[in-house]
Structures are given as C-alpha cells and as structure tokens.
Ligand binder design. Structure first.
Ligand SMILES: Cc1cc2nc3c(=O)[nH]c(=O)nc-3n(C[C@H](O)[C@H](O)[C@H](O)COP(=O)(O)OP(=O)(O)OC[C@H]3O[C@@H](n4cnc5c(N)ncnc54)[C@H](O)[C@@H]3O)c2cc1C
Length: 460
C-alpha cells in the first residue's frame, strides 16, 4: 500500500515534489517544541491548490494519514508527522497574489512567511498587525490554523480577526474557495471560522484574504518595574484607560525571566536599576508622533508619583526599543541556552494570574529544585506563558498534571494561543465541557469521515 500511494503521488505531482528516504528533510520530522523525530513515508511539496487537492484525494482513496506543515514553529506537536503517513509541506506555496489598497486586503498563498506579509503591507503604507517572535519562519497558513496570538492582541485581536476569506482543500480533495473580501458578509454560516484554529484537522488552507490596518506613525516602548503583580495590574488598567487604542502591547515578565534573559542574551543590559517584583514591557503606537509619546510618559509619570510603579524607562530610540523587545523575545533562544524546554500557553482571568504564578512557582521549585521555571506572557490578553527546562523527560507527565490541574482549578484554559496538537490532547477536557467535545468530534467526523487529516491531533 505504501508503494501504491508514493507511486500515485509521483505520477500526479512529479518525482521532484515527492521526497522519500534520505531526501526527507530533518525539519519535517518535528515541530519547534520537541524531539519527536517522526518517520513520514514521504514529504510532498505542492506548488498549486490542484497539487494539494490531488494529494488529499489520493490519501483519502488509500486511507493514508496526512499532516499539513507550515513553518514548523508550532509548540503543540500539531505539525509532527505520523509514521508511515504523508507530510504535506506548504513551503513552496508562498507569495503575495494581490494587495488591494481600497479594500485594505492582501491575498496570499498559505505558505507565505508572516514576516513577508508584514513587510509587503508596510511597503504599501499599511500594516498587518499579527506579530510573534517566530515571524521569520512561521507561515500564514500555520498562523491561521493555530489562530495565533502574539504581541498585539490587546489592540488588534487574534489571527482570526485578520481574515476575511479562505481557500481550503477538504480531506476528500474538494476545493472550497471562499476568497471573500467584504468586511460585512452575513450570508449563512461563516465557514472559514471552522478552519481557523482547527490545527489542520478539518482542511488544508491554501490561500487567505487578509485584512490590513492603517500603519501607525509612532511607536514607543517602555519597561516598568513594580513591587508586585497587583501593582502591575493597576498599571495595565490605567494605561488602557489613558492610552485607549494607542496601547498596542502589554507584556509581563516575572523577575527570574528578566534576570535570565539579561544574563544570556548578547548585547542586552538590565533596563532598570535594582530588582523589582514584576515587570512589564509596554508599547504605545499611534498616529500623532509627538503626542503619543508624551501621553505614555505622562501616564507612567503619574503612576510613579503615586507609587504604583517603582521605576520605568522609556526607549529614546528605535534601537533602544528593539533592545527591550529582545529581552521579551529571548524565548527563541531557549534551545541554544538550555536545550529542550516545555512551553505552556495557559490563560485565566487576569486578576488571578499573580497568585497563580506564586503558588505554582513554589510547587515546582519544591518538587524539582534544579529545574528552570520561567513566567512571562501577554498579560493584557490574560495569557500566561510558563517555560520549564532542565527536567528529565520522564517527569513530563507529572509536570503536565501539576500545571494543567492548577489551570483547571483556576477555571482557565489549557491553551490560550498555541493550540492543542498532541501535547495537550489529554487535557482538553479540563477546559471544554463534554458537550463541546462531542460537537467538536461530530464536526471532525462530518468533514473527515475517514480520519485521514492530521489524525490523533486536537480531538480526532
Ligand atoms: C520563538 C517562538 C515564538 C512564538 N510566539 C508565539 C506567540 O507569541 N503567539 C502564538 O500564538 N504562537 C507563538 N509561537 C508558536 C508558533 O509560531 C505559532 O503557532 C505559528 O502560528 C505556527 O505557524 P507555522 O507556520 O510554523 O505552523 P506549523 O508549526 O508548521 O503548524 C502548526 C499547526 O498548523 C497546521 N498547519 C500548518 N499549515 C497549515 C495549512 N496551510 N493548512 C492547515 N493546517 C496547517 C499544522 O498541521 C499544525 O497543526 C511561537 C513559536 C516560537 C518558536
């Protein structure tokens, strides 16, 4: 059977688009999060929607599982290949097909890297607001399939909020083209939402119509240090109220995280003198160059005068601003510094996060005193990241039980942005009710009755 499908794929797509044996690249074996080392039968590299359709039709006919792969920066195992199955890499389906300045839309192929989309929008005097540390490698298809969040959700929303239309190939090979450009379109069910955030389990995204935003003319970053998390929450509340939509990022960093990044990331200095109980990286971007900055400075000045903020520094140049962001985005360096880490992307009501972090830090430090345990996150969106490193693999189950057990007790979500993949599948029921799980399974069965598309991920 395995020879039949490979022969069929080669006949339909040509040898050069079907990699087998030693030609299978290492990057196709595991996503960014782990050491999976899967053994796919073949990696298929389509260049057109017709190629994707032919591949899915063949997999469906042969009952062979298939896993869509974008930039492989996912952190939940969703793009990990299945042994003996097909890995479908969208890397060659890359490019911008249209930029419409009147509709403020961009139509792109799904394998286009996020950074390419950002740059094209910028060159046209507009902005594609989705932004995350993996921007250079992750693809729009992966971003939409995971409903990625990132740094600017507080102002612009998640990946879902930046999409107007999609072209998707269903597990049968049927192409569903809905490249809608209208912001208002209430004609029946909004089918694209089924595919956004479903981690490649319901269809393969091949094209997307993205919504662009006006490009801000000013951007100012600041780092603030507070005595504790409660004070930081007050900073969040006040900057939100005072800056309104100008507040474009509010990123939280626990002291041990900041200390670690300052020590290990080259060219980064400690931004504030002394050590504080909680830090935030704040970004304000707007349309009135001088005034935006003044407003941020005035707001932080008031908070300092009131004793809410202990210390703050506002970047004096674009370069200094980038240095601040390098501290927060130092997460990309974990593999180099500590090797494999376990990333969590949980969410809960913002006001509960401080006590949650303190209690969990105590528990984990007591259980594994030598482990690295870091807390940071997109706190303006109630999203907390935890990274655990220097822990033996056999402790992973116990670690997950502790972390996700605490999330369940706090009434939070086991995934705020990375998705479920395989890593969180056993814990999906901690966040979703039996009724929700049953409906998810019905949808999966209706769209993929043979369970060939990314089986074993999320729900199926
Ligand atoms: C340093 C770093 C920082 C990160 N920061 C953030 C962050 O701030 N916020 C955030 O949300 N995530 C973040 N991530 C996680 C990751 O970058 C995102 O999940 C991203 O959206 C994945 O895109 P990708 O192209 O790499 O997808 P992949 O990893 O290749 O795939 C992810 C999932 O999408 C599916 N998929 C991929 N392409 C398609 C397609 N065309 N059609 C259907 N399914 C598809 C895969 O099967 C898989 O289930 C970060 C990762 C790293 C390494």
């Amino acid at each position: 059977m395995s020879e039949d499908i490979v022969a069929g794929l080669r006949a339909a797509l040509g040898d050069e688009r079907v990699l087998v044996g030693d030609r299978i690249p290492d990057r196709a074996r595991s996503d960014w999060s782990g050491d999976h080392k899967g053994r796919p039968l073949a990696v298929v590299r389509p260049e057109t929607t017709a190629h994707v359709s032919q591949t899915l039709a063949l997999c469906s006919a042969h009952g062979v599982p298939i896993v869509p792969q974008g930039g492989m920066t996912g952190l939940a195992g969703g793009a990990d290949p299945i042994d003996g199955g097909i890995a479908l890499s969208l890397e060659r389906m890359s490019g911008i097909e249209e930029l419409d300045p009147v509709m403020a839309t961009m139509t792109v192929l799904s394998g286009t890297p996020l950074e390419t989309v950002q740059k094209a929008a910028d060159d046209a005097g507009m902005m594609f607001p989705l932004d995350l540390g993996a921007r250079g490698s992750c693809t729009i298809g992966g971003n939409l399939s995971t409903n990625a969040g990132g740094n600017r959700v507080i102002r612009y929303g998640m990946a879902r909020d930046h999409v107007l239309g999609l072209e998707v190939v269903l597990p049968s090979g049927e192409v569903l083209s809905s490249l809608n450009k209208l912001v208002k379109n209430n004609a029946g069910y909004d089918l694209k939402q089924l595919f956004i955030g479903s981690e490649g389990t319901l269809g393969i995204i091949t094209r997307a119509v993205l919504r662009l935003q006006p490009k801000p003319v000013s951007s100012t970053s600041a780092i603030v240090g507070c005595r504790d998390f409660a004070a930081l929450l007050e900073v969040l509340r006040r900057t939100r109220a005072r800056l309104g939509p100008t507040l474009s990022a509010f990123e939280f960093m626990w002291p041990s995280f900041l200390d670690f990044m300052v020590e290990h990331i080259e060219g980064v200095q400690r931004p504030l003198a002394g050590r504080h109980g909680a830090y935030a990286l704040i970004e304000a971007s707007g349309f009135e160059m001088g005034k935006d900055r003044e407003q941020l400075e005035a707001c932080l000045g008031e908070l300092m005068a009131e004793g809410v903020i202990d210390d703050a520094v506002v970047a004096q140049s674009e370069r200094e601003s980038q240095t601040f962001w390098r501290i927060r985005e130092g997460v990309a360096e974990y593999p180099r510094i500590v090797g494999i880490t376990v990333p969590y992307d949980i969410g809960m009501q913002t006001g509960d996060i401080g006590t949650f972090v303190e209690a969990l830090e105590r528990t984990l430090n007591a259980r594994w005193p030598d482990a690295l345990v870091h807390f940071f996150g997109h706190i303006g969106d109630s999203n907390l990241h935890i990274v655990v490193g220097r822990l033996a693999r056999e402790n992973l189950g116990e670690l997950n039980d502790i972390v996700y057990g605490a999330v369940r007790a706090a009434g939070g979500t086991v995934s705020a942005e990375h998705g479920i993949g395989t890593h969180k599948k056993p814990y999906l029921g901690y966040t979703r009710s039996p009724g929700e799980l049953a409906l998810m399974l019905s949808i999966k069965r209706a769209l993929d009755p043979k369970n060939i598309l990314n089986p074993g991920k999320v729900i199926g």
